[in-house]
Design a protein around this ligand. Structure first.
Ligand code: ADP
Length: 376
């Protein structure tokens, strides 16, 4: 849209007629003040500005327009009723004008100039937009780089912690053997084994996360009875954490189609989280149920630190850790992300119900395998 600023309505009408003939949209302003109001409210592609006006003259209006960041690049063509000296024309350019035309002017020349300036302005805006996009993109890369660096430093720390413990325990084993203290040596070997297991899980999680990113997480799907998979996972946790009590309720008595090692991985992850984030309680509930005959549901409930409501939506996102507890508990925020991916690949659902300070109940579901042969 073109803004025409002239204190004489007949001039505006004449210009409007010429421009509208060439499909330009036109907006009139009868004074410099009205023009300034309009440029701040609307978006114009070009301004045709009469120089001699009562109140603010054309140069003053142009100067103000070139002072606002929103309007500074709008091309301005000055129109003047009288032929003027060079000095006057220079003033027009200095105040932000692009061209200076003296009345009477050739309408074809005016239209050509208008078209050229609008095209130029469009290109300038396109360039500015592209520049902005590039600046944002560079910033986003930089940000990705920083996130990667932070992750590498956290991951190195997480890997180093069990390694340092292993080194320490191995020295204790040596010392116990030297002193012929067999029981102590066994105790330190068991601790070494636990740290090795931690290290193993960390490395597996790192590998799984990178496989998910490259779409290479593989599943070996078969039809299984689901209950032995649940029982086996609970047994593993009971043996690894004898200090905790896992109370299992319910039975599914159905088959599912999937990868039993991956399903076990989800259960072990939910259970180890339930233990890790409940430093002051030792009881974990593991409940199995079947919903409407077509979904198996597992609920793992702890009475631990819980999760604030506003943090629950992001829990299953890659590398997400609840800020309030991230310093107290070690971790990289990969476990639940991997669980989510595994459950999604089995066409199941997952989620959490939790209250800060009271505990959490993490659930997941798996579709029951519908045996086609038994239906017929
Ligand atoms: P990690 O435990 O390594 O941080 P996870 O992906 O397993 O990674 O968990 C993501 C985040 O979810 C954890 O950092 C923790 O803040 C929160 N969380 C997971 N399980 C529980 C739980 N049972 N109780 C409280 N918070 C939990």
């Amino acid at each position: 849209m073109i803004l025409i600023v002239d204190d004489k309505p007949e001039n505006i009408i004449a210009l409007k007629r010429i421009l509208e003939k060439h499909q330009f949209e036109v907006d009139p302003a009868l004074s410099g003040e009205e023009a300034l109001n309009k440029v701040l409210k609307n978006n114009y592609d070009l301004i045709i500005l009469d120089v001699q006006m009562p109140g603010l003259d054309g140069f003053e209006v142009a100067e103000s327009i070139s002072g606002y960041s929103k309007t500074k690049d709008i091309p301005i063509i000055f129109l003047s009723a009288v032929s003027v000296n060079k000095q006057f024309i220079s003033k027009g350019y200095a105040s932000g004008g692009r061209d200076y035309m003296v009345k009477p002017f050739d309408p074809d020349v005016l239209v050509l100039k208008v078209k050229t300036f609008i095209q130029l302005y469009d290109q300038t805006r396109a360039l500015q937009n592209m520049q902005q996009v590039l600046v944002e993109e560079v910033e986003f890369r930089k940000q990705a780089e920083r996130t990667k660096d932070e992750f590498i430093s956290m991951a190195s720390h997480e890997l180093k912690t069990p390694l340092t413990s292993i080194k320490g325990y191995m020295q204790m084993v040596d010392r116990s053997v030297d002193r012929d203290q067999k029981e102590d040596a066994k105790k330190y070997l068991e601790r070494t084994r636990q740290q090795l297991e931690k290290l193993n899980i960390l490395i597996d999680d790192l590998l799984d996360t990178s496989k998910i990113a490259s779409g290479k997480l593989e599943f070996k799907n078969q039809v299984y009875d689901i209950d032995p998979i649940f029982d086996n996972a609970v047994d593993i946790i009971r043996q690894t954490y004898p200090s905790h009590q896992i109370i299992k309720t319910g039975q599914a008595e159905v088959k599912i189609y999937g990868d039993h090692i991956r399903i076990e991985q989800v259960i072990l992850n939910y259970l180890t989280n339930a233990i890790k984030y409940s430093p002051n309680s030792s009881e974990i509930l593991f409940d199995v149920s079947v919903l409407s005959c077509d979904e198996v549901m597992v609920n793992i409930t702890d009475s631990g630190i819980g999760i604030p409501k506003d943090k629950q939506a992001d829990l299953f996102t890659k590398f997400y850790r609840v800020e309030e507890s991230s310093n107290r508990f070690q971790g990289l925020g990969m476990g639940l992300y991997i669980c989510a991916e595994i459950i999604k690949r089995h066409h199941g659902r997952y989620g959490v119900d939790s209250e800060a300070g009271k505990g959490s109940s993490f659930y997941f579901t798996l579709p029951v395998y519908q045996d086609q042969s038994s239906k017929s």
